[in-house]
Design a protein around this ligand. Structure first.
Ligand SMILES: C[S@@+](CC[C@H](N)C(=O)[O-])C[C@H]1O[C@@H](n2cnc3c(N)ncnc32)[C@H](O)[C@@H]1O
Length: 250
């Protein structure tokens, strides 16, 4: 792991321009960083990368570190608030770590992405989406990411445990051009109500449960399951859906 990434995760702090400590917030965690790094290491063709949402630069540090030394490697970052809310700490961290092959577009992704796509379609090997997490913003980001990715390129989306982001992933998984190639998962946390329901329902014999209760309730007992935090989708073909294409998604 890069020394600066290790230092930030160990201390839980980043430094501002005056060298003062600032609490780390809103970043990908070490498991997600490892996942991102492994995908890049396993795919030596990944050189041109794009990310939406930089904050204190943790995902950018992982990407720049993983592609370091690859000829032609270049990282594009879109974040409208890098020098306001985030005090320029994310990009300063890239410089501190010795990475220089990156550019920052300080605009909202909904403005920056159409501009990029107008001049540079199908040109990125990897796109990470970790910006504004509403359904519509994520959909706009993935709409342009799908156009900006080369065939064979990888789309990574963070915070898939957010219901709005999950819905967009469910939609993307219906596209013929996408295959899921990995995820970072965790056991699905149950709410207090779900815990209570689970303890009551688990005393009912399985056969009776299945006869009389909904599959949602049965699943709480039998397979509380996992949920994904980050997913990776591979663009395995060009996106040539017809104008009236639609597949239902959950
Ligand atoms: C969860 S943080 C990103 C964390 C970062 N990927 C990391 O691992 O350190 C979300 C980021 O999205 C940015 N953001 C908010 N609205 C945005 C928009 N409309 N377009 C692009 N980025 C946006 C925020 O400024 C913030 O840096």
């Amino acid at each position: 792991m890069n020394w600066l990434i290790q230092n930030i995760y160990t201390t839980g702090k980043v430094q501002d321009a005056n060298g003062l400590d600032v609490d780390l917030a809103d970043c990908i965690d070490p498991r997600e960083g490892e996942f991102l790094t492994k995908i890049i290491h396993d795919n030596p063709q990944i050189k041109r990368t794009l990310e939406i949402g930089c904050a204190y630069g943790l995902s950018a540090l992982h990407i720049c570190s993983a592609v370091d030394g690859r000829e032609g490697a270049a990282h594009t970052i879109i974040d409208p608030f890098q020098h306001t809310q985030w005090q320029g700490i994310g990009t300063a961290n890239l410089t501190k770590a010795g990475f220089h092959n990156w550019e920052l577009i300080e605009k909202r992704s909904e403005h920056a992405l159409p501009e990029l796509e107008a001049k540079d379609t199908a040109s990125y090997d990897l796109v990470l989406i970790d910006g504004w997490h509403t359904f519509d913003h994520t959909l706009v980001d993935t709409f342009y990411a799908t156009r900006l990715l080369k065939v064979g390129g990888i789309l990574i989306v963070d915070d898939v445990n957010f219901p709005a982001v999950r819905s967009v992933i469910n939609h993307l998984l219906t596209y013929p051009c996408y295959r899921q190639v990995g995820s970072v998962d965790r056991p699905r946390p149950l709410s207090r109500r779900q815990h209570l329901l689970r303890s009551v329902v688990s005393s009912i014999p399985k056969q009776k449960r299945e006869l009389f209760l909904s599959s949602y309730v049965c699943q709480l007992v039998d397979a509380p399951g996992t949920q994904s935090l980050m997913v990776a989708l591979k663009k395995v073909a060009s996106d040539d859906r017809s104008w009236d294409w639609h597949e239902p998604f959950a």
